[in-house]
Design a protein around this ligand. Structure first.
Ligand SMILES: Cc1cc2nc3c(=O)[nH]c(=O)nc-3n(C[C@H](O)[C@H](O)[C@H](O)COP(=O)(O)OP(=O)(O)OC[C@H]3O[C@@H](n4cnc5c(N)ncnc54)[C@H](O)[C@@H]3O)c2cc1C
Length: 517
């Protein structure tokens, strides 16, 4: 039971497999090559899922940790900057119905109660537009940094939009050439279990067996190790979040130098929503919907109508259909097998949390790497608790976007507000938030997936009414809040003037690169 963990085998070479390999190899390979041996097994027969183009600001830290240059990322992954999300049509479906969930915190967020000040005197202005400069940067097509800002540093907090296939290729090359990761291109056909029940080795179609001490299941939705071999089932979430289907397509810009949006746009539809992600060379667009509420044909017709109305080609290429069962595994780490990525679960891509979960999982696995088999079960228990908590919070946060909608046009929107579909904890918090805005008391872990500021952006962006904001507002809070609102407006002016156009900066980086630190 005390054998050292020396051989880590990652099965799967999608974004999850290579990100995990990079994070672990960068931390554990050992200066003299005496560290942990990291191997990635990737099937030449099964392609990676090929979607997953929206990331979180955490990606900047992850890539820096791996030692990848930001210039290389921008050049090789068709990457662009993402400053948050814009939600169109989620509240009423009217033409002027929009709100932003930017990545930057509100000005003065930890200093005073901005919500009471907003509600008492500025309720006609969208919350995020009052408390943050970032929605204005997005609307004006500004980049989140300047050409002279060093790699990974930000003027305004940002993440990336990128080509998922190119991202996995770049990570693979970096991991193999610079981090000493071993790459095995072969197809897993069976699993050899030891007497204890641990995985001893993997049987490969062409190359015999691949042994290891710890196995990371990054095999995508199939979950070959944790799900299929160990039978760890999904905790289904289709009663809370109904979307289980997506139609994805890539379309060209009408002209080569068209502006690149620096936010993901999420456009509510009759039975789901459409993402629109701008990369330098194309847009990635997809309709996520509930198969219980819409046929594929109806969803495709809505997608094509959206593409045409938003300046895309009149006759876009056929969309690719993806299906998933919304849910997460009952355990993520069982015996000597830990699942990261789609193999651990998937809930619809609203707010793009899946790759961020991969980053958090890889970081915890790397930081808490068990020294030997005897330590593994304890680390596994902590890992399982940490990620169950995260999945539950993600589900509540995504559900919030539906619960607060006032749309009545289809059963989809009405069903989404049925009491039976709302998690208990979310129902309680919504009661509480009528009297106190979301705060660190509601979300008190050090690394919450969504901080309380994100809840505020969505709640008030969707018109949630505090019960007694006027009574709660103390004059000195109101005065300080006014100061922060003015500060946000002043920053908007200064940043708009100082920051380059989003496409112009990306083209500059492609030609000249960014400063390294
Ligand atoms: C419609 C949709 C939209 C999404 N949008 C976003 C988004 O905007 N942001 C975000 O963060 N996430 C998004 N996601 C999730 C995101 O795509 C995934 O989290 C991410 O791509 C990681 O996938 P993966 O590596 O776990 O799985 P995959 O990409 O499916 O990779 C699986 C790997 O396993 C290998 N494999 C399979 N079988 C075998 C075998 N027998 N032997 C050896 N190897 C094998 C394959 O070769 C492949 O390399 C989206 C998902 C969907 C479905």
């Amino acid at each position: 039971m005390a054998e050292a963990v020396r051989n880590l085998v990652i099965v799967g070479g999608g974004s999850a497999g290579w990100l995990t390999a990079g994070v672990i190899a960068a931390a554990h390979r050992g200066a003299q090559g005496d560290g942990l041996r990291v191997t990635v097994l990737e099937s030449p027969e099964v392609a990676a899922i090929g979607v997953g183009e929206g990331t979180w600001p955490s990606m900047r830290d992850t890539l820096r940790r791996i030692g990848l240059s930001e210039t290389e990322l921008i050049r090789e992954c068709d990457a662009a900057f993402k400053q948050g999300s814009r939600f169109n049509g989620w509240v009423t479906g009217a033409a002027n119905d929009y709100y932003f969930h930017p990545f930057a915190l509100p000005q003065g967020y930890t200093e005073t109660d901005l919500v009471a000040g907003w509600h008492a005197r500025h309720a006609s202005v969208p919350f995020a537009d009052l408390v943050s400069f970032q929605p204005h940067l997005c609307v004006r097509g500004r980049a989140p940094k300047q050409a002279t800002t060093p790699e990974y540093a930000a003027v305004a907090n940002y993440a990336y939009h990128l080509d998922a296939a190119k991202f996995a290729q770049l990570l693979r090359r970096h991991c193999v050439e610079r981090l000493g990761v071993h790459h095995v291109s072969d197809h897993l056909v069976g699993i050899c279990a030891s007497e204890s029940g641990d995985i001893a080795a993997l049987q490969l179609r062409a190359g015999g067996e691949l042994g290891g001490d710890l196995f990371v299941d990054c095999t995508g939705l199939q979950s070959l190790l944790l799900g299929q071999h160990y039978g760890i089932d999904l905790v289904p979430q289709c009663h809370v979040l109904f979307n289980d289907s997506a139609l994805a397509v890539q379309v060209p810009y009408a002209v080569d130098n068209a502006p690149i949006a620096s936010q993901t746009t999420s456009n509510a539809q009759q039975n789901g929503w459409i993402w629109d992600i701008g990369l330098p060379s194309r847009r990635g667009i997809g309709h996520v919907y509930s198969s219980a509420h819409s046929s594929d044909d109806a969803a495709e017709a809505e997608l094509r109508a959206y593409i045409r109305a938003s300046g895309g080609p009149a006759d876009p290429p056929p969309a690719r259909k993806l299906s998933f069962a919304p849910g997460y595994r009952r355990q993520f780490w069982h015996r000597n097998c830990v699942a990261i990525g789609l193999s651990a679960g998937f809930i619809e891509p609203l707010e793009a949390s899946a790759i961020a979960l991969v980053e958090f999982s890889a970081a915890m696995l790397s930081d808490q790497m068990p020294a030997n088999r005897a330590m593994m079960d304890m680390v596994a228990g902590r890992f399982n608790e940490a990620f169950r908590y995260r999945w539950e919070r993600i589900i509540e946060f995504l559900k919030l976007h539906y619960v607060l909608s006032r749309r009545t046009d289809t059963p989809y929107w009405r069903d989404n507000r049925s009491a039976a579909s709302i998690p208990d904890r979310l129902g309680e918090l919504l009661e509480l938030w009528r009297h106190h805005p979301p705060s660190r008391y509601d979300l008190n872990r050090v690394e919450e997936m969504f901080p309380s500021a994100s809840y505020q952006y969505v709640l008030y962006g969707m018109g949630f009414q505090p019960a007694d904001a006027a009574a709660r507002s103390r004059p000195e809070d109101a005065r300080r809040a006014e100061g922060y609102f003015r500060e946000a407006a002043a920053l908007t002016g200064r940043m708009t003037a100082a920051l380059p156009d989003n496409r112009a900066l990306i083209e500059h980086i492609r030609r000249h690169g960014l400063t390294t630190i």
